[in-house]
Design a protein around this ligand. Structure first.
Ligand SMILES: [Zn+2]
Length: 218
């Protein structure tokens, strides 16, 4: 009797260990799956004030004729968009494409210096600069998926930016920092800054009038 009692306790204990083991395996499996689903494809990588460029991220780069670089995977759509804009008479170019972390740092410091020259105090100059220029590792330009578009001579700039607002999504680009959504994006209105997400996602984002933050996080 005493012996069988011990056996039952032993059996129950073994069962409990097995059950715990199964539960641990299940939880680990589940968390791995969750991590997998959160990981987004390259074209939907979110970089903003809260989300940094993934560690060790090195996009495949292509150099444009003016020396600017972009992720080579966006090039066919970028070229198609520029061809279409040129057919409309706009003499546009990529003023800034891919940037390294160091370049981003230099741009930010230069902008702060500019505001200091205009008479702003250090704190105010920094805040002003940071409303336009992202901190190093928090700029989409480091992904090679963001482009600042400019027009030669700037004479037709308003018309170009209006055209881009309407047509960029047809080529997979979204206007990244719209005027009415600065509280969501954390950036001042930048009518020149476009971000590649791919045609399908760009169409949905455009039609629903969303920011990338709203599209991906809500
Ligand atoms: Zn930009």
């Amino acid at each position: 009797m005493k012996k069988s009692g011990k056996r039952i306790i032993y059996l129950a204990f073994s069962l409990l260990i097995c059950l715990l083991f199964v539960m641990v395996v299940y939880q680990v499996h589940r968390s791995l799956r969750t991590a997998e689903t959160i990981e987004r494809p390259w074209n939907l990588c979110l970089v903003n004030r809260d989300y940094a460029v993934p560690a060790g991220y090195h996009p495949p780069l292509l150099t444009l004729s003016n020396g600017q670089k972009v992720d080579e995977r966006i090039y066919p759509d970028l070229q198609a968009m520029f061809d279409a804009a040129r057919r409309e008479g706009f003499d546009l170019h990529v003023a800034s494409g891919y940037r390294t972390k160091q370049q981003q740092k230099e741009i930010l410091y230069a902008r702060i210096k500019e505001y200091r020259k205009q008479g702003y105090g250090t704190k105010q100059a920094t805040a002003e600069a940071e409303s336009y220029v992202a901190l190093p590792d928090h700029s989409e330009h480091q992904l090679g998926l963001a482009i600042d578009i400019q027009i030669k001579g700037n004479t037709n700039a308003d018309a170009l930016y209006r055209w881009l607002e309407i047509h960029a999504h047809e080529y997979g680009f979204i206007q990244r920092y719209p005027k009415e959504k600065t509280d969501i994006t954390g950036f001042s209105y930048e009518r020149w800054h476009y971000r590649y997400v791919g045609k399908e996602d760009a169409k949905t984002i455009f039609q629903r009038d969303l920011t990338l933050e709203e599209y991906l996080l809500h």
